[in-house]
Design a protein around this ligand. Structure first.
Ligand code: CDP
Ligand code: CDP
Length: 225
């Protein structure tokens, strides 16, 4: 690949802001790899929960993660040899993931794995991409939208999948998870220094993709000079 185009673009923000949809589309448009870090935290929660390890069992977590085989695939994720792409998007994982993600043992393991993916540049979305994992990123976006709009997006998505979901329940869970992620001690969700804050409440995914992709192209151009 063209060395000059190896930039890092980070997209952080609360649940349902459109991060993964937009990050994937931006990456494709500008020809960089895409990294969904939420999926990694979800896969770890899936694994630890399956092994009966609670979020406060630090030693057991470290041990379990040492032998955990997590493979990144273009369209999904394999955990210990099983395709967990669908299994990590359940309401149960939504409920438990943040408690595991607050643990230092979990964050240390995944931060290293994430940095190891950046050799050719990338677009990465999550909660701490711009603040902790890639503070040197050329372009940092904090993507948000009102809680009601984010819950509506989640609701529509789950409905379209044929799930029997309740809007008020989704709104409550989204707000709870955000507040947990924003108030944890390690790598809390917050806008990174120097980031661009984008409120997408009144924008569709296409419009957000256009906006971020054109900023990214501008930064790639600067890097060439
Ligand atoms: O898609 P959604 O925004 O609902 O969540 P996600 O991006 O899949 O992330 C799931 C959870 O993983 C978040 O609520 C965080 O607790 C955690 N996470 C994190 O701590 N740091 C990241 N870089 C990405 C996700
Ligand atoms: O990754 P994150 O939780 O931030 O959000 P997502 O999973 O990318 O998006 C949640 C849902 O909102 C998806 O069904 C998207 O298609 C939709 N979406 C939208 O309606 N408008 C946007 N501007 C962005 C995403």
């Amino acid at each position: 690949a063209d060395k000059t185009k190896k930039i890092i673009v980070t997209i952080d923000g609360p649940a349902g802001a459109g991060k993964s949809t937009v990050a994937r589309a931006v990456a494709e448009r500008i020809g960089l790899p895409y990294l969904d870090t939420g999926a990694l935290y979800r896969a770890v929660a899936w694994k630890l929960n399956k092994e009966g390890i609670a979020p406060d069992e630090g030693e057991r977590i470290t041990k379990a993660l040492a032998s955990f085989n997590l493979e990144l695939r273009p369209g999904g994720l394999c955990a210990d040899g099983a395709d967990v792409t669908a299994a990590i998007r359940t309401p149960e994982i939504d409920r438990i993931v943040s408690a595991y993600a607050a643990r230092a043992e979990v964050r240390d393991a995944l931060t290293g794995l994430q940095r190891a993916q950046a050799a050719n540049g990338l677009v990465a979305d999550g909660r701490d991409m711009g603040t902790v994992v890639f503070p040197e990123a050329e372009l940092k976006i904090f993507l948000t939208a009102s809680a009601e709009e984010r819950a509506r997006r989640r609701y529509r998505e789950r409905r379209a999948r044929g799930e029997d979901v309740d809007y008020d329940e989704i709104l409550k869970q989204v707000v709870e998870r955000d507040s947990y992620d924003m108030t944890r001690e390690i790598a809390p969700l917050r806008p990174a220094p120097g980031c661009i804050i984008l409120d997408s409440s009144d924008m569709d995914a296409e419009a957000v993709t256009d906006a971020i992709a054109s900023l990214a192209v501008e930064f790639m151009g600067r890097k060439e000079r």
